[in-house]
Design a binder for this molecule. Structure first.
Ligand code: TMP
Ligand code: MG
Length: 205
């Protein structure tokens, strides 16, 4: 078994930007190379994540700061109960969303410095891919898949969140802004190229 901690890779972006597709593509590609990979997501399917989903579906009503704390608590539990153990066991962990989602989405209503503070104990991913896709294209994709519209799916909000992601791409270490307005294979190819450069996966072809 590999004794070095394996990489933690995160996908970020607007809903409909293709981040779930790209997470899945990367998992398949790494598995073909012989790695053990665990694909996970935030909000999680756990207790706190389920509460969060209830809020996003407007079944539960909580204020914006409480929601931010719930996302942060779900994340801390995710890190301590799942992510770190797997990385130490030699498994590559890919997460569909992580702390940049909190900074990009919750900062519409909550001070970003406070958001960073309540997330300051979260580990920094080895790679974060921000899939950058125009909101109109994201909206079209979402409407094909779902009947209900969740909290963050109005177009002007999406424009603002996209701008935040552009800023965050410059601030967050190991983060790459990836043009998502291309065929799936082109987006994947750029992602694979960056993953190949991770030192711990040295020799990956
Ligand atoms: P998804 O499970 O379909 O990706 O939806 C999760 C939604 O939650 C998505 O609109 C982004 C949002 N979100 C936040 O606002 N803050 C967060 O910290 C996370 C992880 C997700
Ligand atoms: Mg999604």
């Amino acid at each position: 078994m590999n004794t070095k901690r394996m990489p933690f890779i995160v996908f970020e972006g607007l809903d409909g930007s293709g981040l779930s597709t790209q997470s899945f593509e990367l998992k398949g590609w790494l598995e073909k190379k012989g790695y053990e990979v665990y694909l996970t997501k935030e909000p999680t399917d756990g207790l706190i994540g389920s509460l969060v989903r209830g809020v996003l579906r407007k079944e539960l009503k909580v204020d914006a700061k409480t929601l931010a704390l719930l996302f942060a608590a779900d994340r801390m539990l995710h890190i301590n109960n799942t992510i770190l153990n797997l990385l130490d066991e030699g498994v590559i962990v890919i997460s569909d969303r992580y702390r940049l989602s909190s900074y990009a989405f919750q900062s519409l209503e909550v001070d970003i410095d406070w958001l960073k503070k309540i997330n300051e104990k979260s580990i920094t991913p080895d790679l974060t891919f921000i899939i950058d896709t125009p909101p109109l294209i994201c909206m079209r994709r979402i409407q094909k898949q779902r009947f209900h519209i969740e909290l963050y799916e109005e177009i002007d909000k999406l424009e603002k969140i996209r701008e935040r992601y552009h800023e965050l791409a410059k601030e967050e270490s190991n983060a790459f802004l990836i043009d998502g307005n291309r065929p799936i294979e082109s987006v994947s190819a750029e992602i694979f190229k960056n993953v190949k450069e991770l030192e711990i996966l040295e020799g990956l072809e």
